[in-house]
Design a binder for this molecule. Structure first.
Ligand SMILES: Cc1cc2nc3c(=O)[nH]c(=O)nc-3n(C[C@H](O)[C@H](O)[C@H](O)COP(=O)(O)OP(=O)(O)OC[C@H]3O[C@@H](n4cnc5c(N)ncnc54)[C@H](O)[C@@H]3O)c2cc1C
Length: 286
């Protein structure tokens, strides 16, 4: 196995263009497990850990640009105020060791339907900055990024450079069902982000379909029905839960039945909307 070690982003893009079969490795918390368990034996690994800029982030013109290598621990410690939904999701990932190594870029690269960063990125309307030497930069909306189970929209010569999203303008919540409290793959998960300026609510479902996805009808329902100055009604919460469950297309597997996943999505959708709404009305009253 060849081991490619670029030290700059330009070198990394050149290496990927010359060797599209090279598998990028960042924190290695997915890649090394797959290699150790014989799931894959790549002809080459493209080590991105020497490219310092990938582990940095900027906040410019009201947008955050988070380098692909920024680990969960940094998102929790440094970006929790601006990205509360992503930080909540990050707190549920693995163990401290995994949160120190594992990155959002790696989570996107793995594109597992159960990856915890996907629902908050979908709810927040994130964009993925992908780049190749010959094709330049492409900004891919998160909801166009996931194309199948562990499949994404990257071309063979592209790498993820960063994820872009606006700092939260309203309450955000993430909820995850698992068989225990830590070190657990999601049975299913749900994220919500209120965008009061746009009178819009974003959603993200995890582990409830072949890809992470938004509950579009549920978002449209809220855009039409929500009175942003009034308390939520039980009927509205129920309908929102139903529409989120309807957006799921889960499977039966070792972790859960499809029926349970659908039910849990409805419960998480109602709960997270109620939590977010409590915060929203509290801020208005303050
Ligand atoms: C014990 C354990 C517990 C875990 N718990 C959780 C959990 O609770 N929730 C969760 O979501 N995940 C969990 N994971 C999975 C993993 O930690 C995450 O998916 C993590 O975000 C991967 O990040 P990484 O930097 O380690 O990626 P890597 O393993 O380095 O890479 C992952 C994938 O992304 C690709 N990739 C990496 N960087 C780039 C790039 N810049 N451009 C293009 N492709 C790239 C790689 O080629 C690979 O396909 C767990 C893993 C372990 C081992």
């Amino acid at each position: 196995m060849d081991f490619l070690r670029p030290t700059t982003w330009a070198e990394a893009l050149a290496a990927k263009a010359d060797r599209p079969d090279a598998v990028p490795i960042q924190g290695g918390t997915d890649v090394m497990v797959e290699i150790n368990f014989g799931v894959r034996r790549p002809a080459a690994l493209l080590d991105l850990t020497r490219i310092a800029e990938l582990a940095t982030w900027t906040n410019q013109d009201g947008r955050l640009r988070i380098g692909a290598a920024v680990p969960y621990s940094v998102i929790i410690d440094r970006l929790g105020g601006e990205l509360p939904g992503l930080a909540q999701a990050a707190r549920t990932v693995g163990s401290p060791q995994i949160r120190n190594r594992g990155s959002v870029g790696g989570n996107m690269g793995a594109a597992s339907p159960a990856g915890d960063s996907h629902p908050p990125l979908l709810a927040a309307g994130a964009l993925v900055e992908a780049e190749s030497r010959d094709g330049g930069v492409r900004m891919i909306p998160a909801d166009a990024f996931y194309t199948g189970v562990k499949r994404h929209a990257l071309r063979p010569d592209e790498l993820i450079r960063a994820v872009h999203l606006a700092p939260a303008t309203g309450p955000q919540y993430f909820s995850k069902v698992g068989t225990r409290n830590a070190m657990v793959i999601a049975v299913c998960s749900f994220a919500i982000a209120l965008h009061p300026g746009e009178r819009r609510v974003g959603t993200g479902l995890g582990s409830a379909a072949p890809t992470p996805r938004r509950a579009l009808e549920a978002e449209e329902f809220l855009a039409k029905e929500l009175d942003w100055a009034a308390p939520l009604t039980p009927a509205l919460l129920d309908r929102f839960g139903e529409l989120c469950a309807a957006a799921a297309s889960p499977i039966d597997d070792v972790r859960s039945s499809a029926a349970y996943r659908r039910h849990a999505v409805a419960v998480m959708a109602r709960r997270t909307l109620a939590w977010a709404w409590r915060d929203h009305l509290g801020r208005r009253a303050a």
